[in-house]
Write a protein that binds this ligand. Structure first.
Ligand SMILES: [Zn+2]
Length: 407
């Protein structure tokens, strides 16, 4: 993802933060400093308020990262490649490149995140209570007696409660939360059918999302809901979460529908065979003026072929990285993505699986290879066109109309 800031690497996994995460960081830190700490401890200095708030927000960030690392480490141990972790507005996303191969793997992979948060929460609370000693025993709940507590105690108890809340929130059985995946894995194990399990869990996700939306609206209008409380702000926040969950459920549902349409169609059916190729010796200037600017098929990228063999891929993005003065001197071979880094397809591969690859890798087209030579190119826009025509014509089942079943 472009625009994400890489902050480091742990266990061989790149860690990125999305700009939206900075928003939540500032929100948490300023809410703690200006509202919670200032209210509970009016005697604290401004420096202590803000110092503690920033420390709390940073440790909270580290906790969310540990939650994501737990998902990623389990995924890798189960043989699923993990490319990166991105921290964003509502938490984190582990970029796991494939769907889990079994219900058991998905179950463990999803559960280990919230479990990590809850365990972290218990550790923070335990440390906090140990630090406070006798004082802690007089407190009915960890957050109830914060006013009498020193800075370290406040930090530990707040982090403990926050992590436990994150663990509980993530176990709500709705996509894309971990609870939604746990639910799907259980339905998957029960039905032995991933697609049906996904459909059932999207229905449940929708139902839960609407409960959040309606509950939030009721709260905003004055009703009081157990655990969630009352008030306009809390109500709007709850409704917002519901709206977000509803969108995620719709997206997951559409994906199932799309995969249904594309299932059983081989790559060879939708690929183009009249592919314009370029030679590695061509200058960047010629590539731009003779190919990209005149391309009839609206091509933005080309396979680079030498002696009939695919040796790389060159795109408009590669050209943009070269300064205008170098257009005459640099060649396609200098700026292309080398062949071994190009993701290729097999003509017999199922298009429903290829669709995932397009989405995850954010590429526009992929070469189709057979016995070491390129036989065609599959473009994302051709896939989209197929899907569009399919829905416009109201076809229910691609396999019926095309007379081509899987197996
Ligand atoms: Zn998680």
């Amino acid at each position: 993802m472009r625009g994400d800031l890489r902050v480091g690497r742990l266990f061989g996994i790149d860690i990125y933060i999305d700009w939206s995460w900075l928003v939540i960081f500032v929100l948490i830190a300023s809410d703690l400093a200006l509202s919670l700490f200032a209210r509970l401890h009016p005697q604290w200095s401004l420096v202590l308020d803000w110092g503690l708030a920033i420390a709390a927000a940073l440790l909270f960030f580290a906790s969310v990262l540990l939650h994501e690392l737990a998902h990623s480490v389990v995924a890798r141990a189960r043989g699923l490649p993990v490319k990166r972790i991105v921290l964003y507005l509502l938490g984190g996303v582990s970029n796991i490149e494939r769907e889990p191969p079994s219900a058991a793997t998905e179950f463990v992979m999803a559960l280990v995140g919230p479990l990590t948060s809850v365990v972290l929460g218990i550790i923070f609370l335990f440390l906090g209570r140990t630090h406070l000693g006798k004082l802690a025993q007089a407190m009915p709940t960890p957050l109830a007696g914060l006013a009498q507590v020193d800075a370290l105690g406040t930090l530990l108890l707040w982090l403990g409660s926050a992590n436990i809340l994150i663990g509980i929130f993530n176990m709500i059985p709705a996509f894309p939360l971990d609870g939604g995946r746990v639910l799907r894995s259980l339905l998957w194990a029960f039905s032995n059918n991933l697609r049906r399990a996904t459909l059932w869990s999207t229905w449940i996700s929708h139902a839960i999302a609407w409960l959040f939306i309606l509950g939030g609206i009721a709260m905003a209008l004055g009703a009081s809901i157990p655990f969630f409380g009352a008030g306009l702000f809390n109500g709007l926040w709850l409704a917002f979460i519901g709206w977000f969950l509803n969108g995620a459920a719709t997206q997951t549902h559409q994906q199932v529908v799309i995969e249904d349409v594309l299932e059983g169609i081989p790559v060879s059916r939708l690929m183009r065979t009249d592919v314009a190729t370029v030679e590695p010796g061509m200058t960047v200037s010629d590539l731009v003026h003779q190919r990209i600017m005149t391309s009839e098929g609206n091509e933005r990228s080309f396979p680079v072929v030498k002696d009939g063999k695919l040796i790389g891929w060159v795109s408009l993005e590669d050209v943009k990285r070269v300064s205008r003065e170098q257009w005459e001197t640099k060649t396609v071979g200098d700026i292309m993505t080398p062949g071994e880094q190009v993701v290729t397809l097999n003509p017999r591969e199922d298009v429903s699986e290829v669709f995932q690859k397009f989405m995850q890798r954010d590429v526009r087209q992929m070469p189709v290879m057979q016995d070491g030579s390129m036989v065609g190119v599959l473009r994302r826009q051709d896939l989209m066109r197929y899907l569009q025509l399919h829905s416009e014509l109201g076809l229910r089942d691609a396999r019926q109309t095309d007379g081509n079943g899987r197996g």
